[in-house]
Design a protein around this ligand. Sequence first.
Ligand code: CDP
Ligand code: MG
Length: 747
Amino acid sequence: MPKIAALHGISNIYSKHKPPGHATPRKRAHKREHAWVDVSDDDLEVKSSKKLSSKGTNKSDHGPRKKARLSAPPGPSFKESLHQQRKQLPIYSGKDAVVDMIRENDVTVLIGETGSGKTTQVPQYLLEAGLSGSGMIAITQPRKVAATSLASRVASEQSTSVGSLVGYSVRFDEACSSDTRIKYVTDGMLVRELLGDPLLSRYSVVIVDEAHERTLRTDLLLANLKTLLRTRNAPTSAVREGAKGKGKGKGKERASEKLNPLKVVIMSATLEAEKFSKFFGGAQVVYVKGRQHPVTIYHTKTSQPDYVDAAFRTFFQIHTDRPSGDVLIFLPGQEDIESLEKSIQLYANQLPKDASGVLVCPMYAALPPSQQTKIFSPTPAGMRKCILATNIAETSITIPGVKYVIDTGKCKEKRYLAKHTGTGFDTLLTRDITQSSAVQRAGRAGREGKGFCFRLYTEEAFNALPITAEPEILRCTLTSSVLQLRCLSQNLEELDLMDTPEESSIAFALIALVLLGALDNRRSLTPLGRKMAAFPLEPPLARALLAAPELGCTSEVLAIVSVLSSSSSLFVNSHDARDAAADARRKFRHPSGDHLTILNVVRAYEDVAGAESKAGRRDWCRKMFLNERCLAEAVNIRAQLRDVCERQQIDWRVGVGDSQGAESAILRAMVQGLVQNTAFLQPDGSYKQVMGHTILKIHPSSSLVDKKVPAIIYDELVYTTHIYARGVSAIPRNFIAEVPLLKQRTR
Ligand code: CDP
Ligand code: MG
């Protein structure tokens, strides 16, 4: 760890003598030996926002305004301060115009800079204006953590607690009641709701937020909304002419006269309005001008392969040389965030007593809600907040007080790797961001005043970045979506989508579903497929769970599947105490591999949970190098899956316990789900997929690493230097032969 004496040593990516800020204006930056190059002061001014027409939205919104601190300041009452904050948001002056536009049109595309108040205010405006009638307003978010945190914010603005007037619904977590009128949902949850309510009859308004992200679920939702509009709304609907939807859902013919007409609002922070408007037959577009202050952007002179280290050094350079203001660092994922959090914390503790303190706040998808509040609370006097975030802070969440942005230029992206694999698989890869993301990230520094953005990549690298990202539907596996659509009597290939996936990718999903027994050989939905879709699980895990009752091991498979569906990993990796962690892990190790090891952990945790206090439980998890957050989340997931089991008349209490044959029953059930994730040992010690041609190795994190067993199943493949199988169990070869469609491959 660097010591305080080495403070100046951390600055070697900029000038030796002066921090980069002194390099502005541009001319000087080029002349001097500065690694950072100031590219523009005005880069982030909105370039082409068209002002809202007749009502003159944001007349006074040009140029910087008086700085408004948006987190609850000390002062009058909290309620009063929230009220004031709402009034100061850029969208406030356009409130009436926005409401009128939505009232007059079935579909409205609303574009506004991040932080202008779209997500938090528009639903409240619509509710206050009575536009929701007797129905609810849904606002979709691509990320769970955004949906829950926005719901709490809006609930406070409405002076209620979350779950009453304002609620949320995300996978495995819900806070709603019969009073709920504004509901923040993940796009995936709303697609799921279509299964039970194909007309989305409970909703009067559906706001598709962060539409520019073009997640798979957002695209499916947009396609469904387009057909739904024709069903639910009057024949004069503007959509009617423009929409030539091909999807022919059974439910749509049953349009109910009594239903409220549906209003659809598409919201986005980027200026890609045209595509959405065109998709909805020329829908109206409203632009809300934000209040962006100039942001000075610096690029590094050379590329920074160790971006975590570069971010570390840049942060302390800012902290020691620059005036107050919080720092937001964009990193690709949780691991980098946790590692940087530790280094910054350690280093900050060694700063001289008179230096201002550092408050490190991580922000990523799996962060529990209880830890999110710190991010939004005002920075204590004499401290500098350092927020370490994934691209969640790019547009979906606005954190007040940020003056400096450090952009590593990296993000994680799910991508389907079909190359040299017969079956293809999704993998999460760290990759370069797009220009559009880079501009959004920089913009976060200029919300409340002049800001600074430090890009840890060169200007040439920026120019070489793609402009925008490819929609998820073109790069991810479609198995679960195809299944859900089949339950709605829709075929993905016939759906009117903004972008159509490749045939091979649809074919892969269909093969996977046939192998899982969700579709029959004629590709029709089977009763098993319908049951699988009822579980909020990935199809392979749903299949494993549904295989369990016949084998008498529902309770055990439920426990395993719940842990596998949790958003964080079960084991804590400790670089500092590697041996102790390995010793602890050995206590739970099951000879057959990782799935039964998970079961051992769950059972041990249950014993501890029954006997110990909360603190005792935490202590036990720490000593055992287990992630309590994962275990607690799994308990919650299991409770919800038990409810679904009950609705499906499956007795979740049935278990094999420690009986003879318990192990093989559980593994047999897992094989049914992981049919595509099976591999045989090769003479050279590697493994080859049964269903594809991929050669793989067992991941170092697996309890079976280095073991040579005849056949394995695995949870997922990860691609780093090799293709690795993670979450591995050894199985007898004949288990694979028991899966009907795999029989011939085992011969
Ligand atoms: O959706 P958009 O990016 O246009 O803005 P928003 O999410 O509605 O945020 C409006 C304002 O609310 C921002 O200034 C945020 O700082 C503030 N906000 C907050 O203080 N705490 C939250 N949990 C969410 C938003
Ligand atoms: Mg928003």
